[in-house]
Ligand binder design. Structure first.
Ligand SMILES: N[C@@H](CCC(=O)N[C@@H](CS)C(=O)NCC(=O)O)C(=O)O
Length: 364
């Protein structure tokens, strides 16, 4: 299939979690793009064109708009299949989708917490965002930065369940992710071998623009997991023409065990509780995660995430499904993948994502 020759227009921010993920993917695939800062004017355009007030948003040369990095990558893979980032082995592919979803959604909370709860991080990042995204907004800079910090803490830290009681557990999720990745990068350059695949881009979202670049978590990363620090540079520098023929390991490697264990004990139980809350029409819900009680906002979008994971599983043929099931059972992911009654987000019923109306992360 053909691919537009003109660069894609990527609306986002130089320090945004998901913009960084998409940029790393586009750089690897050598798909030309230009970055455009999401100033208030473009927030309005993006919201009108995609239905979701979120970044990144992509404008194609033919005038169509895309939103949500997960379906954006899926769509771009159909347009430029080589080098594929979704592994050809169906069990690896399904497991990679599960890991991508966990990394996208579950590491978001610690990433926002570190950026906005620690003063040096919050001061530096509110300055960067205000300078990049609000030029021309007629308010004093100090006031804009203060409002930015208040907004982010209200919605993405306190509003997302980070309290004095949950904070150690939120931070421990970051430490565990570092330790899991460090073990893997001791053995090979990328999560599945000699070239980046979907799971690398999933982890890249939090690990690059937040944990790798914000002062507090970045210092932790350099001390605790220098191999992860090195992988950030490797992934940002990766180009398909150089690495695209790199070999992948066979099957799902044993050193993914701790990531899968985390998905089974934390992320999937959360997705189920979230799906139950949406079904009950509740805006917030309480859930115990690894023995820690959280009060969280319900997310229709993440009910859709669970639906998509199940739908991908259901595309596996009999043999791959049996192998994937055995793997998921071994790591405590099988039962929680199916626990919630058939979730029904109502989102994207005709499967038009990343086109059509997008859905922001929070809200029912
Ligand atoms: N599922 C979306 C999530 C995009 C997202 O939540 N982006 C954040 C910034 S990294 C955002 O725009 N948040 C809205 C806000 O801060 O108002 C994706 O993968 O693209």
């Amino acid at each position: 299939m053909s691919f537009p020759a003109a660069p894609l227009r990527v609306y986002g921010s130089r320090i945004s979690y998901y913009t960084g993920k998409l940029e790393a993917y586009l750089r690897y695939k050598e798909i030309p793009y230009e970055c455009i800062a999401m100033t208030p004017r473009f927030w309005r355009t993006v919201t009108e064109k995609t239905g979701a007030a979120q970044m990144p948003a992509v404008e194609l040369p033919d005038g169509r708009w895309l939103t949500d990095t997960t379906p954006i990558i899926d769509w771009l893979e159909t347009r430029r299949p080589e080098p594929a980032v979704i592994p050809a082995d169906p069990v690896q592919a399904f497991t990679s989708r599960l890991v991508e979803d966990y990394a996208d959604e579950w590491l978001w909370r610690p990433a926002m917490h570190y950026r906005w709860s620690y003063r040096p991080d919050a001061m530096a990042r509110s300055r960067a965002l205000v300078d990049e995204l609000t030029p021309g907004v007629p308010l004093p800079g100090a006031l804009k930065r203060l409002l930015m910090r208040l907004r982010q803490r209200t919605y993405y830290v306190r509003g997302d369940g980070v309290t004095r009681a949950t904070r150690p557990h939120v931070e421990a999720a970051y430490f565990r992710a570092l330790d899991q990745l460090e073990t893997i990068f001791d053995a090979r350059p990328f999560l599945l071998g000699a070239r980046p695949t979907l799971a690398d881009f999933g982890f890249f979202a939090s690990m690059f623009r937040h944990f790798g670049l914000d002062p507090t978590p970045s210092a932790i990363m350099r001390e605790r997991a220098p191999g992860v620090w090195a992988w950030l540079g490797r992934t940002w520098d990766a180009r398909g023409t150089r690495l695209g023929n790199g070999a992948l390991v066979a099957g799902v490697p044993a050193d993914w065990a701790r990531i899968l264990g985390e998905i089974g004990s934390a992320y999937l139980p959360y997705l189920n509780a979230n799906a139950a809350a949406l079904r009950a029409g509740r805006r917030h819900f309480d859930v115990d995660i690894q023995g820690v009680r959280y009060r969280l906002p319900t997310s229709r979008y993440r009910v859709w995430c669970l639906e998509r994971l199940r739908a991908h599983f259901q595309t596996l043929d009999e043999r791959a499904a049996a192998d994937a099931r055995a793997l998921l059972e071994k790591h405590g992911c099988w039962e929680p993948l199916w626990q919630a009654e058939a979730p029904c987000s109502g989102h994207d019923p005709d499967g038009s994502a990343p086109f059509g109306r997008g859905l922001g992360v929070y809200g029912i």
